[in-house]
Design a protein around this ligand. Sequence first.
Ligand SMILES: O=C(CO)[C@H](O)[C@H](O)COP(=O)(O)O
Length: 233
Amino acid sequence: MQATTTLSAIEQSKRLAAYTAVDKHILPEHKVIGIGSGSTVPYVVERIVAQGRELNKDRVFIPTGFQSKELIVMSNLNLGDVDQFPTIDVTVDGADEVDLNLNCIKGGGACHLREKVLAEAANTLGTNFTPGVPIEVVPFAYAQVLRKLHNVLGSPNATLRMAKAKAGPVVTDNSNFVIDCTILAKIKMLTGVVEVGLFCDMAQAAYFGNEDGSVTVKRKVEFRVVEESILPS
Ligand SMILES: O=C(CO)[C@H](O)[C@H](O)COP(=O)(O)O
């Protein structure tokens, strides 16, 4: 575990957000738990491990991609998959953008297809995403999908997401490509599109790590969203 002093204020608040989400939502009776992707999720796993071997030995953890699978295995937690456990008690995941009703944009880490399958198997939990909504596409169709987004659906800024440390595009854990696009209408009807990163009416609560170290919690209570603040101790 990293020492607190080496973490920036924003990292500390992300960690507090993750820890609080685990404390409030991963309860002793939860046995099948979804683990999302992104830079906040290692703190989620860290906190789950801190709940102790006794609780975790009877649990199974379902990853949303390569990163969370590695985290689960490296933490000696039991690994499962959503085809073995189609009903998940709770999933904790990151988010790129969250609206007032807790609808989310996800896919900044190109894991949104699996994340959405897990979110539908449970009720996902979230934490500004300028590129738009990520769209996962089969590789051989990407040029055609891009052409239709540019010329037919009126999204001239849609771009194929490129990798940073490799020449070529980002490749998802499902061996697909990702296009970032600012319009959504009709996209899922395009041949070659696998999934979009819009998660509507799926999150029950969202934890936002703020620059001042505090965490803002928004959660649904009987169809309303209530808000509270948690200050760092
Ligand atoms: O959707 C995702 C991956 O596809 C991530 O959950 C999202 O990008 C948030 O990541 P971070 O915790 O690094 O802000």
